[in-house]
Write a protein that binds this ligand. Sequence first.
Ligand code: NAD
Length: 458
Amino acid sequence: MENSYQELLQKQALVFASNQTKNVEFRIVQLKKLMLVLKDNENLLNEALYKDFKKSAFDTYSTELGIIYSEIKLAIRKLKTWSKTKKVGSGLSNLPGTSIIIPEPYGNVLVIGAWNYPYQLSILPAVSALAAGNTVIIKPSELSLNASHAMAHIINTHFDSALLHVVEGGVEETTELLKHPFDYLFYTGSPLVGKIIMRAASENLTPVVLELGGKSPAIIEADAKLKMAAKRIVWGKFLNGGQTCIAPDYLLVHESVKEKLVEEIRKQIVEIHGTNPASSEAFVRIINPRHFKRLIKLIDITKIVIGGDNHEEDLYLAPTVLDNVSYEDAVMQEEIFGPILPIITYQSIDWAIEQIKKRPKPLALYLFSNSKKIQQKVLSEVSFGGGAINDVLMHIANDKMPFGGVGNSGMGHYHGKFGFDTFSHLKSVIKKTNWFEPWFKYPPYTNDKFKIIQKILG
Ligand code: NAD
């Protein structure tokens, strides 16, 4: 294992050193090829995710492949502009001179993916890294094993491993990979493992992006449009069986609208997933028995108001809503990452905000309210990765906005131009002429020289 990783990295380092990936046309050809091989193998990719957790072809397209295709198309369209050297002003201290910023690729990138959206979370960062001119090794999660095999098969069959390669494996393989001096690390997963990744990266002073998780709240104010709120919350919470990093983890609901909201949620679950979600093609299963058991333990059966049914043999847990929850309950002690929706009520928005601020900064926050004052208050007082007003999840679908966490929910961001920038070092260079040199910067220092410096620097 150790030798083969070393060999692979050496090959990637050689290709990078050859300057081949610096050529924008070369990058565009690779991106087009990636699009083509993914499209040609959609059946295989769909089947793999169905085997992993019964994800439908519709969901695989709308939450994984379609998003990758859009990202590739955008990169192909914009790459020439993004990768251009930019001229900026030089300032008085550097006249006469020209100042330029050159976006340059870092080199060899390692992308470590999570299992819940295995294609999107492994391939999307790889698209940005390739677009920026890096070579890439993808290490998908071992938990979505069929998706991991499918990606390895497709990518490793069609790409030169010196440019783009999938290495499969779990903790042991990742630990081994992390010993190598990559030029950039992009990790998606839990905050706990994020710390291990960052520690390993520090050994080689490798820059990292950490896309982590946490408990993302959705606040439902008294003035919220409850029917629409329930519809969007039910869709976003139970999509992918609740195994979405930016799913609303729990609801903070104004006590005056709680009863009505629960009834709307009940109706919407039936509307979207039917009376028996086990037979809904849009309702995926829990990824493995360990996570299934973990989720069952989080449910206080005395607090179930909707759902609760489960079949261990099929790893099925129904959309489940828990009422009268407090921050002390088991379900509030960890990120749920499953189809359980706890409801905590509040009387004052200040209390709700205080509760969120007392806890680690969430990856996402959602607010359902039409009050400009409340919107402004929440947006200005609470720090979180990203989010939405009167909706859930959809901020991730705008590639004009950066996607990433803050504090415990991560560092760095990607998507669209932000992804290209993440994988590019901005090299700043000043080009000077030879006919003028400011004499006042040289010793011996005098009062006159000091006055000139003060004038220039302000
Ligand atoms: P995880 O941290 O268990 O695993 C993620 C990756 O790390 C996998 O590839 C795994 O093989 C590797 N890994 C696990 N343990 C390791 C170790 N000890 N040393 C080295 N590598 C190790 O996370 P997960 O269970 O796959 O994903 C769930 C978490 O990811 C949740 O917290 C979720 O919120 C978060 N997440 C975040 C985003 C985001 O974009 N911010 C997206 C999806 C998931």
